[in-house]
Design a protein around this ligand. Structure first.
Ligand SMILES: Cc1cc2nc3c(=O)[nH]c(=O)nc-3n(C[C@H](O)[C@H](O)[C@H](O)COP(=O)(O)OP(=O)(O)OC[C@H]3O[C@@H](n4cnc5c(N)ncnc54)[C@H](O)[C@@H]3O)c2cc1C
Length: 457
């Protein structure tokens, strides 16, 4: 980093919040994907105005800037591919407003999802988007990726819950989108434009979100299926029956066995699939839906169905699901967690297809799915240093993307494009659509300094 620029950055954020030792830079060179690249400097601002000053400086000097929350994204979105400055938002953690009457919160971008949940709970409220990474992932990162989570089947994803944003543009201008009202159609929906834009169009410093009252009752159901078709077919039937579950998660036998190896919680090893289903609402309605779900599961060939009667029993049912990614990623040095989404009715074909792709390339692929959304997470456990296997992994990933698109699906349900899916954008975007994306980027960031090397480059 040029000495004068470094000095000015230090003056903006303070000496302690400017990092450029190799040891520090390494901490910001990777995320939860497999790529890595070193930035030249990391700054940790505390206010929107500091971000604006950093951006004015970077813009006039043409220095790349990569915004970063907790770095848990799985697509290489925070890899500082072209060097430059990483702006880490993790010091900006304030809850600026939490209104029970109007059911909204205004938070700074570095607050974790769970920190917001904990505060909202004290008022009997909750924030519906619940990425499995919620204990560490930031609200800014959730907006950057338009994150979802198990509750997405009923409650949708981040985009559905944001009322407004404060954003610093590439040249340092500060703008506000949306507002605090439940309804707002004043002009073009700029909030949605920035949600899911992966740090390419601006840096989000504050987020206004809607909150909901905590439902009076909820119940979880776990069903084991000797055949994977029974499990995936059950998903289609439940969604088609008119029930709107909160969560409808699927794990295949690879995941079940790896979780059991590690956790020893008594999961049956001889089943091909398990479903975890949650409903919420008034108690009588939950119980009615639970029995309908139980019937569908049995009709689809479930060998065993558990309906949780107490909060502790429910907690026990979710242990395996929560442990799944951690367990899979400990098996070998790399775990590629993919994220394709298909219409729910095509889920059985998608899951069978993934299993076949694993066999074709002789790879261990476990399937985890937010099945009620048609969002599958094939997890390939591998070692990137094994070049022969890595070639097969790349082919398998490409086949998975092609299959999803052939089934009417898409490249990403929640993890974004980043570096890892950029080569496949042509499967979804035609030339005109892609050009429009580039033009939008050009308007908002004419020098191309914000998170360069991703999606539009
Ligand atoms: C174990 C595990 C489980 C996960 N489970 C889920 C899940 O259930 N659902 C899901 O959707 N994802 C999940 N993820 C992926 C990831 O946690 C989410 O995408 C999360 O939203 C990223 O938040 P973050 O703070 O880590 O953001 P980062 O990874 O730091 O950043 C994500 C993207 O947003 C941009 N960005 C970050 N902050 C800002 C900002 N303030 N302004 C503008 N752009 C910004 C970055 O440049 C990057 O492109 C999981 C990841 C892991 C490791």
């Amino acid at each position: 980093m040029d000495g004068k620029i470094a000095q000015r950055l230090r003056a903006i954020v303070g000496e302690d919040n400017y990092l450029d030792s190799v040891e520090d830079l390494i901490n910001y060179s990777y995320d939860a994907s497999v790529d890595e690249a070193l930035p030249e400097a990391v700054v940790l601002p505390e206010t929107t105005e500091e971000i604006a000053e950093i951006m004015k400086l970077a813009n006039s000097a043409g220095i790349p800037v990569t915004p970063r929350g907790a770095g848990t994204n799985l697509s290489g979105g925070t890899i500082p591919h072209k060097g430059g400055i990483v702006i880490a938002l993790t010091r900006m953690k304030k809850i600026l407003e939490l209104s029970k009457e109007n059911r909204y919160a205004i938070v700074e971008a570095g607050l974790t999802n769970l920190e917001l949940q904990n505060e909202a709970h004290k008022l009997g409220l909750f924030y519906p988007p619940d990425p499995a990474s919620w204990a560490v992932s930031t609200m800014g990162g959730n907006v950057g990726e338009n994150a979802g989570g198990p509750r997405g089947v009923k409650y949708g994803v981040t985009r559905d819950w944001i009322l407004g944003l404060k954003i610093v543009l590439a040249d340092g201008r500060i703008i506000n989108t949306g507002g605090i009202t439940a309804k707002n159609v004043t002009g073009v929906d700029m909030t949605s434009l920035f949600c899911g834009s992966e740090g390419l169009l601006g840096i989000v410093s504050e987020i206004t979100v809607k909150l909901l009252p905590i439902p009076p009752f909820r119940q979880s159901i776990q069903a084991f299926f000797p055949r994977i078709d029974g499990a995936s077919g059950t998903v289609t039937r439940i969604i088609g029956s008119g029930i709107v579950p909160v969560a409808l998660e699927l794990m295949d036998s690879v995941v079940i066995n790896m979780v059991e190896d590690s956790k020893k919680i008594g999961l049956p090893r001889n089943v091909q699939g398990v479903l975890l289903i949650m409903v919420d609402g008034p108690e009588s309605e939950c119980r009615r839906q639970s029995s309908m779900i139980e019937e569908i599961c049995i009709d689809q060939g479930a060998s065993h169905v558990d309906v949780a009667g107490t909060a502790d029993e429910e907690e026990a049912l979710w242990v395996a699901r929560r442990a799944a990614f951690g367990v899979m990623s400990q098996k070998l040095p790399n775990c590629i967690l993919e994220d394709v989404t298909v219409p729910v009715s095509r889920l059985p074909e998608m899951i069978k297809g993934i299993i076949k792709i694993g066999e074709t390339y002789d790879l261990t692929i476990g399937v985890l799915a937010h099945a009620g959304d048609g969002n599958t997470h094939p997890m390939i456990v591998t070692d990137k240093r094994d070049t022969d296997e890595w070639e097969r992994v790349e082919k398998a990933v490409s086949d998975i993307f092609h299959l999803a698109v052939d089934l009417g699906g898409t490249l990403s349900g929640e993890h974004g494009i980043g570096l890892s899916k950029k080569p496949f954008m042509h499967l979804i975007y035609n030339e005109h659509e892609f050009q429009l994306l580039r033009e939008l980027k050009q308007i908002l960031d004419p020098k191309g300094i914000l998170n360069p090397g991703k999606i539009t480059d």
